[in-house]
Design a protein around this ligand. Structure first.
Ligand SMILES: [Zn+2]
Length: 274
């Protein structure tokens, strides 16, 4: 895309360094296990961030496929990981739809040795990524975490024996790409799109405070849908969460100032906000 006008000479990403941020939805307690887990997430995020730094100052469009996988490739890589590590990983694809709109979510379950996967003795963690289509880096983080859990990648300065001893106590479910249909729109050129494939913000489609309009409410960006859990993606997440009953649920997003969208979109893609 060639930029013209007043903003054409402005570097759109003067310090572009995408990094995911994390919202813990259901914290129970700050046990040492959780603190260690948060540290691991941070390390993995920093590693993903480091890869982002190598592409500073690149143009906004098109999506840099050297930096980001396409959705098909990313899910394919995760599928391959699961095939290579049946002792640790399984994957389910859950589909839902209504009123002519359908979506599907891949859900990966990690449990070392596949031992006691359904046992209440394990600590259960749900990690979800890519709820907003344009936040590409979060799904990259999901892939990286799964690679680390599969022991195909390793974290510096983390003792593998201690880590594995810790991981033995966990069952982790990972939803790498919660909003596949919205992501497809982004990959098709709607780089600012955060909503699902029919224009609903999945992060406003929960029943908690559904329809509540904050002072900065944006009816385009924050369309909550026709009712709580009206969207297939939200229905699938509810199903996953209620059946898995996690001790904590971490919903990973990338911030407005660092993703190649949002505030910058207001300048470069004003049509997206209409
Ligand atoms: Zn988000």
């Amino acid at each position: 895309m060639k930029l013209t006008g007043k903003l054409a000479d402005r570097d759109p990403f003067p310090s572009f360094s995408p990094a995911p941020w994390i919202a813990v939805l259901f914290p129970l307690s700050l046990s040492p296990l959780l603190i260690l887990w948060a540290g691991l997430l941070g390390l993995a995020a920093a590693a993903a961030d480091g890869r982002g730094n190598s592409t500073e100052h690149r143009p906004v469009t098109p999506i840099n496929l050297d930096l980001y996988h396409s959705s098909i490739r990313l899910i394919g890589e995760i599928n391959d990981l699961v095939r290579r590590h049946p002792d640790k990983l399984t994957m389910d694809t859950i589909k839902a739809g209504n009123k002519g709109y359908r979506s599907e979510l891949a859900v990966v379950t990690y449990c070392r040795g596949r031992k006691d996967v359904d046992s209440n003795s394990k600590f259960r963690i749900l990690l979800s990524f890519g709820q907003h289509g344009r936040e590409l880096i979060t799904s990259e983080l999901a892939l990286r975490i799964l690679s680390i859990l599969s022991e195909e990648e390793f974290l510096d300065k983390v003792d593998t024996v201690s880590l594995n001893s810790f991981l033995d106590k966990l069952v982790i479910k990972v939803v790498p790409m919660e909003n596949l249909e919205g992501r497809k729109l982004v990959e098709g050129g709607d780089l600012c799109e955060r909503r699902n494939g029919r224009g609903v913000d999945l992060n406003r489609n929960w029943s908690v405070d559904w329809g509540k309009k904050e002072k900065d409410y944006d009816p385009y960006e924050e369309n909550p849908g026709v009712a709580p859990f009206s969207e297939p993606e939200s229905q699938i997440m509810r199903k996953v969460a209620t059946s898995f009953n996690p001790h904590i649920w971490v919903n990973v997003h990338s911030g407005m100032e660092v993703s190649p969208v949002s505030n910058i979109c207001k300048y470069f893609f004003p049509q997206a906000l209409k």
